[in-house]
Each structure stands twice: as structure tokens, then as C-alpha cells.
Design a protein around this ligand. Sequence first.
Ligand SMILES: [Ca+2]
Length: 214
Amino acid sequence: MIPHDPGAFTQGLEIRNGFLWESTGIYGHSTFRRTDIETGEVLDILRFPDTVFAEGFTFLDDSTVCLLTWREQTAFLLNPWTMEIEDEFYMNTEGWGICYTGEFLVQSDGSAILRFRNPTDFSVSDSISVTLNDQPQFYLNELEYLNGQILANQWRTSRILFINPENGNVERFINLNNVIPATGGVLNGIAATDDGVLYCTGKNWLITLVINTL
Ligand SMILES: [Ca+2]
């Protein structure tokens, strides 16, 4: 495990270019951060206006991040090196979590639906309903794309679902119940390396867990 800023109301987490990147929410406190992957130290930070509640984010390429807002009907495109907002998309749903398959942006809105959006204009190309044993899985939140599967942390649970993007079936899940720290809020933040090491944190947690999923 590595240290995590307990002041961070985590919404999104991703590993890229040797850094651990994080977004945090709450009006007046929303940020996007570059942090040290070994120490958790915050190295750079973008503070959003008080009217923005930041949510999940994902990298489109090394210098482009797409970051959702909760109810502002806006997704920002920002440069993670200059920490400047360069463009924005309109969206007509709540924004919760997002990941990128290399072809589509996959977006959650707190329901059991995942939308597949075109990265060029954010238009919806397709959507799936996520089920486990034929039961819809609601409150899909932070997302991550790993080896052809969509990973989702399910709000107010300690579960991370491994979803087949073709049909929405949950093929397996891991339950972090026994390792979640006693202090802090819900699990909310999953980032994977290409070789299946998963970094997990939560709202105002003191630590980020490092778990091998394979
Ligand atoms: Ca993520």
C-alpha cells in the first residue's frame, strides 16, 4: 500500500507515464492531480471553479485527459502536463466514471448502463446493461479498462466487477471487504497497470491499496 491524501474525495484514478493520476469531487474542492506512484505525494494540481463537481477521468493519449462532471452536463478535455482545460463536450447524463478502450470512451452514470461514446465528439455509439446472474448491477461508478474487460467499482460496496464489454455480463468480481481501511468513505478509485496490478483507493482514505488481480 502507499499513502493517500485523506483530504482527497476521490472520484477517479489512473496510471499513465509512471505517475498515479487522481480526480477529486465536491463543489469548491474539485481537483485533478498528478501524484507520485510510490509515495502518493501530490506533484501538480488543477483546481476547478466552485461551480464544478469533478468526477471520473481517463487518458485519451499521453497528453489528453477526458474528465467528467457530476451534474454540469460537461466533460472537459484537459492537458495533464500544463493542467489547462483545452476543450469540452456536452453530455446529457450525470457523469460518474469513465475509461477508454482505445476505440470508445465508456461512461457510467450511477445506473446499470454503460455508454460507449466516440472520443472525437462524445456521441453515444452503443450501450450495455450490466448484469450478474441476470440481475442488473446498479450504481456502477469508477471504471478501468484492463485486458479487454471493463472494471467497475460499485458504489457503496467493496466490490470491483469485471465486465464483458460485448454483453455486459459480470464475469467475476473481487470483494475488498477484508482489506478496506476502517477510516474514510466508500471505495472509489481503481487504476490498473497493463500487467494486472490494481491500485484502489477511496474517498478520504489514508492509503491506496495495491492488489494483483491475475
Ligand atoms: Ca480508473
